[in-house]
Design a protein around this ligand. Structure first.
Ligand SMILES: Cc1cc2nc3c(=O)[nH]c(=O)nc-3n(C[C@H](O)[C@H](O)[C@H](O)COP(=O)(O)OP(=O)(O)OC[C@H]3O[C@@H](n4cnc5c(N)ncnc54)[C@H](O)[C@@H]3O)c2cc1C
Length: 393
């Protein structure tokens, strides 16, 4: 059984064989994956050692202390947090071998083709069609709000394969090649002025059946794994104390005494405590995940993350007064990542607005917590037994 001492020994061995100072970054990351030190809770041969997930921190600390490069998790968050756990659970052996290593190393960026103009919160209503032709599926439709589609090599895609059954049952889950000529990616500019996400048009995109994840018609169940992991990935990131949005405002408070007021002090203290509670709760949630995949409880973390980010960034703008209203640059850019702490207060304030929408809106997550965590009666659903093709759209 792998324990902390064993992981320290393996980390030392890796560092000795591939000294970070003289080894190419990608070569080091590949060697780390092959040594099972990428995500220790994954199986052997797939970047892990089948160890408890909580022991990842041991490896991370050893490698960080030796100045080893990391895989820049913020740049590849959709791959790491959403595609990988879904491939691990539903992928064939060939799919796991093909996709997980370049995903973790960061050689291949992933995006998520789920939301559509007419299907966001009601995702199961989606209309993108996949029609089987021999060993291939021909996909036509439009997706929207696709973060990182302009950087991505692969996408996780859900599409309707059977319009004659109720909406949740006729969906199938695929891996889509974003370099296919039928895939057109167009930027969508958001409130920050940047275009971090896109609309994606799929026209006669041919996906081999070997890139299907899970059974035909079982895509909704497969997608639950992605969505539950998405909420934990968004809301439950591992952070040091003051590592999130509370960090910059606390620093300003300490360094700029002339800005302080009694009222802001009380509010900052309250938010600081809440941010710390959320951080520690995230830590506990990750430890509970040791044995498996996250369930609907992940929704709670994401709810807290969105509310706190919006309140904290609002407080920061107030604290900075006129300065807080300045915004660094309105020219449209295509950022590679969402950087909450490396940017200015105006960016944080504007970007955090999307936190209560992405990965499921606050209202929808409250419904999930009510129904699936607290066991309260579910919302009335009149379309459960109606074929998708007969639904009003
Ligand atoms: C920054 C950002 C990044 C994103 N990235 C991606 C991505 O990479 N890939 C992807 O597929 N999608 C992505 N999305 C899309 C996101 O998942 C959807 O925007 C979200 O699910 C909401 O869907 P919608 O926009 O269609 O809003 P709608 O579903 O139309 O909701 C409109 C309003 O109605 C409310 N509402 C809807 N249904 C209910 C209900 N049953 N009970 C109570 N209130 C309800 C909602 O809370 C909301 O306030 C991203 C969104 C953002 C903001």
């Amino acid at each position: 059984m792998t324990d902390a001492a064993d992981l320290r020994r393996r980390s030392t061995e890796l560092l000795a064989t591939y000294p970070p100072a003289t080894t190419d970054r990608t070569d080091f990351l590949k060697a780390r994956f092959d040594a099972g030190l990428a995500w220790v809770h994954y199986p052997q041969g797939l970047g892990g050692l089948g160890a408890p997930r909580s022991l990842q921190a041991v490896v991370d600390a050893e490698l960080e202390a030796a100045d080893a490069p990391d895989n820049d998790p913020r740049r590849i968050g959709i791959g790491l947090g959403m595609a990988a756990p879904t491939i691990l659970k539903y992928g064939t052996e060939e799919q796991k071998q093909r996709y997980l290593r370049p995903l973790w190393v960061g050689e291949e960026v992933w995006c998520q083709l789920f939301s559509e103009p007419g299907a966001g919160s009601d995702l199961a209503a989606l209309g993108t069609r996949a029609v089987r032709e021999g060993d291939e599926w021909v996909v036509n439709g439009q997706k929207v709000w696709t973060s990182s589609a302009h950087l991505a090599r692969w996408a996780i895609l859900i599409a309707r394969t059977d319009p004659d059954v109720p909406k949740h049952r006729g969906i199938t889950y695929f891996i889509c090649d974003m370099t296919d000529p039928g895939v057109e990616v167009r930027p969508l500019r958001q409130i920050t002025g940047e275009a971090e996400f896109n609309e994606v048009f799929l026209t006669d995109v041919r996906i081999p059946d070997s890139r299907r994840l899970g059974e035909v018609g079982d895509g909704w169940r497969v997608a639950q794994t992605t969505l539950n992991n998405e909420r934990v990935a968004i809301g439950g990131m591992r952070l040091p104390r003051e590592g999130g949005m509370i960090g910059p405002v606390s620093t300003t408070w300490r360094e700029r005494p002339e800005l302080r007021t009694h009222d802001l002090h009380q509010r900052l203290l309250k938010l600081w405590v809440e941010a710390e509670v959320a951080r520690l709760t995230g830590e506990r949630l990750r430890q509970q995940l040791v044995a498996g995949q996250p369930g609907p409880e992940g929704a709670g973390m994401k709810l807290a993350f969105a509310r706190l980010n919006q309140e904290i960034s609002g407080l920061e703008v107030e604290l900075l007064g006129q300065e807080g209203l300045l915004y660094e640059d309105w020219t449209m850019r295509r950022p590679e990542l969402v950087d909450f702490t490396g940017r200015d207060a105006g960016y944080r304030y504007l970007r955090s607005k999307g936190n209560s929408i992405e990965g499921g809106t606050t209202e929808v997550l409250l419904n999930i917590v009510a129904e699936r965590v607290l066991g309260l009666p579910s919302e009335p659903r009149t379309d459960k037994d109606v074929a998708w093709k007969d639904l009003a759209r």
